[in-house]
Design a protein around this ligand. Structure first.
Ligand SMILES: Nc1ncnc2c1ncn2[C@@H]1O[C@H](COP(=O)(O)OP(=O)(O)OP(=O)(O)O)[C@@H](O)[C@H]1O
Length: 707
């Protein structure tokens, strides 16, 4: 949205929002009022626009926020566009403006903001290409195609190592920094050129003076806030770090703001903004594709993430848009739907399973071989019968059991089948159903009713959902454009099993996308977290393989730190020291999280930390993390899924804990599945960290840490 005023458009740069938040406290409120006034009447007397001389960019202006503070603006030559770039105290604002350039890139058509430093000015006539350095093999014409401003070519050629690029982050335009990071990470030039080309959108010849047109460029919209409402402005100034609320990456925006001719699958590693895209997709559909009585379901695997999504959606949607959206985790939707329709069963999430399996197992035939022990039945149920939806002996004869340790012919299948039947009979007698069965029942009921409760369905955390869940989701919405939108990352699968969307009636071929930039975690943490997944082959939710290609982070920091101690007391003392050091480094204790593998281990670390004077706040299974509550966060590794913290301390990373020694099995298929999930759990825990990861333990070290 651009602000129209007397034929002048005003757009606001992300830097402007951020710099406002750093103004002296009493100037911040004035900055908000300045914005409102400026937006209404940018050329009015109150703004005191003053052209800056002695600046490299000849079209920069200052405007008065209050006595002490100034805003810096770019005015297009035609005068029809004003871009708010920076806010600062008077002298600092002028200093900031000196070497800044804001212009339209002739190749990409994006509005860029960058710095031309003294050394670059001195070297402006440097030889075209150099033989050494980080980008020695990249020709100037290719760098220009990637969006590097001509004035920065000498600077780019001077870069010798990746650290030179990292240090120049604030001086190089954001889009070109991303492309250069991919190159520095070893991505082939052709792939990066393709990526940039794909994202810049449809273009005719670029007119470097047409700022109005350039504001529509997806790369410009990553940086310039085009057309904020008063509510959005206030929200942006109140939470300047929540950039995702308005500044989508072009790759995200292209997925959000368009019609899709059927179901879409969006993959992306941890922290690439999948949830952000799901949120904006819901908003876009509510705003642009819903008639008065139409509904959008936004659903997830866990209740906690559904709560977070509901809160975040409320922050970006207008009330009218929210009225179209129902945010709920799928288990809860199923439960409520079935209860509303007089379901005769209650859904059991595992509490009664032990007892029922014991009884069912007791009913087995005497002639059954002892290798078919109770564990066999439970594993067969969880890995074959339920996921493959085997309901009859006839189906059991046919189902593939490839990979299971015990091979079985027809005779053996017939012999074991009565135990499964008995288990179902016992469930019926108790009036209970497992979640997967309840989903199947809900699916049947919807089909029977001929009802489609939603017009659009958006799914987050898809990697943990079952095939029954996807079949149900397919039944909830008619097949039509924009029907289903699915995001997930199988590298983070810690509950479910692989599914094939195509086998659940969800055809995503030709409508699959991937996000490639990690916004949460530093590159060092991301790289380490990927390395703990070694040997794990990961699916793409549709029967293919997913790999971490072109997955990068633009943030940098320290490598994860692994520390071993003599015993648990020494480890806890080490953790206490870490916490003090992090706090001394300016991190709030609420942004630090200590995780361990199981609830009981988390509890014991909690007690020991409290005894040593560290206040803690336990994030429990079903409750949300109440940010107002004080104390270092304590949680299981499972519980932190979907959350983020400045620092993660993964405690008790011992050989018998990660992987959890209690989860033993002789079955090779189940073993692989358990170990993959245990590795994924460590990956999930590490990728919650924005800045630091520490892995502590005592005694024998977790084998997953041997790299
Ligand atoms: N366009 C953006 N601009 C700024 N920050 C962003 C953007 N997109 C995402 N982020 C930030 O990146 C972080 C990760 O986003 P999000 O939770 O959506 O990722 P995700 O892929 O769902 O992560 P995970 O799979 O690890 O749970 C969040 O802090 C979010 O605010």
């Amino acid at each position: 949205m651009t602000v129209m005023n007397q034929d002048v458009q005003v757009a606001i740069a992300d830097n402007f929002i951020e710099s406002c938040s750093k103004l002296p406290v009493d100037s911040r409120e004035k900055a908000f009022r300045f914005l409102l006034k400026f937006k209404r009447n940018p050329l009015g007397q109150g703004a005191n626009l003053e052209k800056l001389t002695m600046c490299r960019d000849k079209n920069l202006y200052s405007a008065r926020i209050d006595k002490a503070s100034r805003a810096i603006l770019k005015k297009s030559e035609s005068g029809s566009v004003l871009l708010l770039l920076w806010a600062d105290t008077h002298d600092e604002a002028y200093r900031w403006a000196q070497n800044r350039v804001c212009e339209i890139n002739p190749e990409t058509g994006a509005i860029q903001l960058y710095t031309v430093d003294e050394q670059t000015i001195a070297n402006e006539r440097a030889p075209e290409e150099t033989q050494t350095g980080l980008f020695a093999n990249v020709r100037d014409r290719h760098l220009l195609k990637l969006g590097v401003p001509k004035a920065l070519l000498p600077k780019i050629h001077r870069m010798q190592q990746k650290i030179d690029l990292i240090e120049a982050e604030d001086e190089v335009p954001r889009d070109c920094f991303e492309a250069l990071t991919f190159l520095a990470d070893g991505e082939p030039l052709e792939d990066v050129l393709l990526l940039v080309d794909e994202l810049r959108g449809e273009q005719e010849r670029v007119d470097t003076s047409d700022f109005e047109k350039a504001l529509i460029n997806p790369y410009s919209q990553q940086k310039f806030y085009v057309g904020p409402s008063e509510k959005e402005l206030k929200a942006a100034l109140d939470a300047p770090l929540e950039k995702w609320r308005v500044f989508l990456h072009p790759s995200q925006r292209k997925i959000v703001q368009r019609d899709w001719n059927g179901p879409v699958r969006l993959l992306g590693g941890a922290g690439t903004g999948k949830t952000v895209v799901a949120l904006h997709r819901a908003k876009w559909l509510a705003e642009n594709r819903c008639t008065a009585d139409q509904k959008i379901l936004v659903t997830t695997f866990t209740k906690n993430l559904a709560t977070d999504i509901a809160n975040n959606l409320a922050a970006i949607c207008l009330d009218g848009q929210m009225a179209h959206v129902e945010v709920v985790n799928l288990d809860r939707w199923v439960n409520e739907f079935l209860q509303r329709n007089n379901y005769r069963f209650t859904i059991d999430y595992g509490k009664q399973a032990d007892e029922l399996w014991r009884k069912a197992f007791e009913s087995r035939s005497d002639s059954l071989d002892s290798k078919f022990d109770e564990k066999f039945f439970r594993e067969e149920w969880a890995n074959i019968i339920q996921p493959e939806e085997v309901l009859t002996l006839k189906e059991y004869f046919k189902v593939s059991r490839t990979g299971r340790g015990i091979r079985m012919g027809r005779k053996e299948r017939k012999l074991v089948w009565p135990v499964f039947e008995e288990y179902r009979v016992l469930q019926n007698e108790r009036g209970i159903r497992e979640p997967a069965d309840a989903m199947r029942d809900a699916c049947g009921l919807l089909q029977h009713m001929g009802k489609k409760p939603f017009n659009h369905v958006i799914v987050d955390e898809a990697q943990d959902m079952s095939s029954q869940a996807f079949k149900l989701l397919r039944t909830m919405v008619d097949e039509h454009p924009n029907d289903i939108f699915i995001t997930g990352d199988a590298h983070q699968r810690i509950y479910g099993r692989p599914v094939v969307l195509g086998r659940c009636g969800i055809e995503v071929r030709g409508r699959s996308k991937k996000l490639k930039i990690n916004y949460r975690t530093t590159d060092e943490i991301k790289t380490w977290a990927i390395s703990v997944l070694q040997g794990v082959s990961v699916d793409d939710l549709d029967g293919g393989e997913d790999r971490f290609e072109q997955y990068t982070s633009l943030l940098h920091g320290e490598n994860p730190c692994i520390r071993r101690f003599e015993n648990v007391e020494k480890e806890v003392e080490g953790v206490v020291e870490l916490i003090s050091a992090l706090k001394a480094n300016g991190l709030a204790q609420e942004s630090l999280c200590v995780v361990a593998r199981t609830n009981s281990v988390v509890d014991s670390y909690g007690t020991m930390l409290n005894e040593r004077g560290v206040p803690t706040y336990r994030i429990l299974g079903t409750a949300i993390d109440e940010r107002k509550k004080q104390g270092v966060r304590l949680a299981t590794m499972h519980r932190v899924k979907g959350l983020e913290f400045d620092a993660m301390i993964i405690a008790g990373a011992n050989a018998d804990m990660i992987p959890n020694a209690a989860l033993t099995t002789d079955d090779p298929m189940v073993k692989v599945s358990i170990l993959n999930k245990e590795r994924a759990l460590l990956h999930v825990a590490a990728t919650r960290a924005k800045k630091y990861v520490f892995v502590t333990g005592y005694g024998e070290q977790s084998p997953f840490l041997e790299m």
